[in-house]
Every structure is written in structure tokens, then in C-alpha cells.
Ligand binder design. Structure first.
Ligand code: PEP
Length: 257
């Protein structure tokens, strides 16, 4: 059986200034033990303005907490006011960059083509993209979730070679389950995550497909994570709301207990 280390990533969205970020990471660090870091990769995804503070704290205390950014520019540098490049994030030792979160697809009109360019920009800077895919409620009601997600996957992974896809993380986040308190059933999550892995094997090869971590996201909490993690093709979670509460997030990281 493949040995994918689970990843629990906390997407803070537009919450926590850099001082609040330090306080939250300190609370997490106080609660987390060596065994937690051994069992799962634990990452925080703060707003850009807090990344430097998180880096300083992680470095100073030699914390096992990883961190990343919520977005990254598709461009390398230049006249793109307001954008942040992958090399800037790499300089801050970011391990991850979320690309194609449904909120960015919805509010910033990000297409699969843009999401793909962002994923490639991250990979070129040795940052693992967390490529988000997921269907809306209308698609789910019509039973079109697998086709919808696989189309997003194909578009998002275009021109990414096998050696790089292995470092890519896929996050299946049904839009109707994000921030709604509505969770996909473990069976629903497994259906789509398994379809994603099968497609990865078709696009690349079985070995690559076995290495890629596929996360579930959508109202994950301490109380529902264990059942979701029990599914064969779910390798972790992208956690929004619950990642703002250190106690809850640590509970999620300790889903095996
Ligand atoms: C997310 O935004 O990635 C997410 C899963 O949010 P929540 O956990 O709040 O549903």
C-alpha cells in the first residue's frame, strides 16, 4: 500500500493580522507534540502579510509546522500591481501555495487556465501547489460531480510533468460544503477522491497517482475528520473555519486518537 503522509492544512482565509497569527501559531505549537508531526504534515496557510511572522516563529523555535500562501501569481515578476510571485514565497520558505480555491474562482474569475499557470509557477519555485477542485450544488444535484471535478483536474494539471505532479497536492472541496456546516459524507468524498486518483493514473502513471496527496475540504471539524480520513483515497484535509481555533485544529491533526 502506498505510504502517503497525511496533510492537515489550515486555510485561514482573510483572518488574522501578523500579531494574531503569531499568537495562533504559538498556541498550536504549545499543544502539538513530536508524535503529531511524525504522524501528519501540519501546515498553516495565513494571509500574505502574516507569512514572514510565521516563518520567524517557526525558525526561532524550530517548529515542525509547515506554512504556505493562499494564492500565487502566474507571472514571474514585473508590472502586476498587487500580485505576489512564487519566488517571493520561496524566499519565505513556503512549502505550499493554494491555487484555484473556489472563492478565487468565484470572486476573481479564475479559470482552469489561470489556475494551471499558477500551479506551474509554484512548482517552478519548488513550492507544492494545493490545487483546489470541486463542484457547486447544482452540479452535485444533477450527479455531475465526477465529470466536473475531472475536467477541472485536467485543466489544472495541463503541461505539468509526472515528476512535478508527485509534489502537487489536490484538494477536493465541494463548493456547497465550504463554510456551510454541510459536509460531504465520507462516501461522497471517497467517490470523487478515488476518481481523481484514477484520472492521475491515466494522465501519468500508477506510481505517480499513488504518491499524490488528495485532501478533502468542506466544514471539516474535530468531530467528523476521523470518518473522512478512514476513506482509502483521502490523505488529509484543507480546513477553513476550524483552523482558526487552535484546539479544534489540533484535534483534527490527532484524528487517529
Ligand atoms: C476551505 O475554505 O478550504 C474550507 C474547507 O473551508 P471550511 O472548512 O470553513 O468549510
Amino acid at each position: 500500500t502506498p505510504s502517503r503522509k497525511p496533510l492537515m492544512a489550515g486555510n485561514w482565509k482573510m483572518n488574522n493580522n501578523h500579531l494574531e497569527a503569531i499568537a495562533l501559531v504559538q498556541k498550536m505549537a504549545f499543544a502539538l507534540k513530536e508524535a503529531d508531526y511524525d504522524a501528519v504534515d501540519i501546515a498553516v496557510i495565513p494571509p500574505f502579510t502574516a507569512i514572514r511572522s510565521v516563518q520567524t516563529l517557526v525558525d526561532a523555535d524550530r517548529l515542525g509546522i509547515q506554512y504556505g500562501a493562499q494564492d500565487v501569481s502566474q507571472h514571474a515578476s514585473g508590472a502586476y500591481t498587487g500580485e505576489i510571485s512564487a519566488s517571493m514565497l520561496a524566499k519565505l520558505k513556503c512549502s505550499y501555495a493554494v491555487v484555484g480555491h473556489s472563492e478565487r474562482r468565484q470572486y476573481h474569475a479564475e479559470t482552469d487556465e489561470i489556475v494551471n499557470a499558477k500551479a506551474r509557477a509554484a512548482l517552478a519555485a519548488d513550492i507544492s501547489p494545493i490545487l483546489c477542485v470541486g463542484e457547486g450544488l447544482d452540479v452535485r444535484k444533477a450527479g455531475g460531480q465526477v465529470a466536473h471535478v475531472l475536467a477541472q483536474l485536467d485543466g489544472g494539471l495541463a503541461k505539468i510533468p509526472a515528476d512535478q505532479v508527485r509534489r502537487t497536492v489536490i484538494a477536493y472541496e465541494p463548493v456547497w460544503a465550504i463554510g456551510t456546516g454541510e459536509t460531504a459524507t465520507p462516501k461522497d468524498a471517497q467517490e470523487v477522491c478515488a476518481a481523481i486518483r484514477t484520472r492521475l493514473a491515466e494522465l501519468y502513471d500508477g506510481g505517480s497517482a499513488d504518491e499524490v496527496r488528495i485532501l478533502y475540504g468542506g466544514s471539516v471539524k474535530g468531530g467528523n475528520i476521523a470518518a473522512i480520513m478512514a476513506q482509502d483515497d483521502v490523505d488529509g484535509a484543507l480546513v477553513g473555519g476550524a483552523s482558526l481555533d487552535p484546539g479544534e485544529f489540533v484535534k483534527i491533526c490527532r484524528y487517529r486518537d
